[in-house]
Design a protein around this ligand. Structure first.
Ligand code: SAH
Length: 242
């Protein structure tokens, strides 16, 4: 066989096995979404949600979760589980990502703040659904990797900043929705101030020694605040440098 033919065959092999892996991931992703839908039905008594918005389901079917995790974890990318992403942090359980997205009541015009970029997966799901996502991550290595992944996958309506998001991100406030993906002991006042009237904060609240409570805080048009406990959850702590 000539050298050129040999190289051609190798390239074909790489291409075919790559697209087979992508097909497998695609199939696994559809199954993951089915499982999320079942969990949503199963927990509806607590969440008040029988089903997810079809647009959220579409976003979950689209975002390649395997691109947001270390390659050693990729075989598990589409299990409905949190997974380690390095630096002692985790990518959230897909059901929780879906539920938090649903509870935020976002639309195509929304400007959203996420505190705790982690892998960037939640930011990508939001980016499929809203106008712009501002996301802040305290661990530099994670923030940089997430930002690179989001840009590589074409999520140009996301902006990731490295920094402490405990007090929010004033520069782009007010936000239509704020999702916090790490748990403080109480909801920081600045986050409430950076929320638009009519907006929602979705946030796990509580001490690390126990499970936390996923809460939805709503600010009505007059600025009055209403809080609801949704589900017990386990999140890493929202650290605080000041
Ligand atoms: N949303 C992420 C999962 C986040 S895990 C995803 O989709 O993968 C929680 C993240 O919050 C961790 O990466 C942690 O480093 C980050 N974090 C904790 N405290 C923070 C703070 N004060 N400001 C910004 N990020 C914080």
């Amino acid at each position: 066989m000539k050298k050129r033919q040999f190289i051609f065959l190798i390239l074909m092999f790489v291409f075919v096995s790559d697209s087979k892996a992508e097909d497998d991931f695609h199939r696994q992703r559809q199954l993951m979404v089915k499982e999320i839908e079942e969990t949503v039905r199963f927990t509806s008594e607590h969440t008040g949600k029988e089903a997810l918005d079809p647009q959220i389901l579409e976003a979950l079917k689209k975002v390649p979760r395997h691109e947001f995790i270390p390659s050693s974890m990729q075989p598990f990318a589409y299990l409905n589980h949190p997974l380690p992403i390095g630096n002692d942090q985790t990518i959230s359980q897909p059901y929780i990502v879906a539920l938090m997205t649903e509870l935020a009541s976002i639309n195509r015009d929304s400007i959203v703040l996420e505190v705790g970029t982690g892998s960037g997966y939640q930011a990508a799901v939001l980016a499929e659904l809203v106008k712009h996502v501002y996301s802040i991550e305290i661990v530099e290595e994670l923030g940089e990797r997430a930002s690179e992944t989001l840009q590589r996958l074409g999520y140009h309506n996301t902006t990731v900043r490295i920094g402490d998001g405990y007090h929010g991100w004033l520069e782009h406030a007010p936000y239509d929705a704020i999702l916090v993906t790490a748990a403080p002991e109480i909801i920081p006042q600045e986050l409430i101030e950076q929320l638009k009237p009519g907006g929602k904060i979705v946030i796990p609240v509580g001490k690390q020694s126990a499970t936390q409570s996923l809460q939805v805080l709503e600010k009505d048009a007059q600025g009055a605040i209403f809080k609801r406990d949704i589900l017990p959850v386990v999140f890493v702590p929202l650290t605080r440098t000041q």
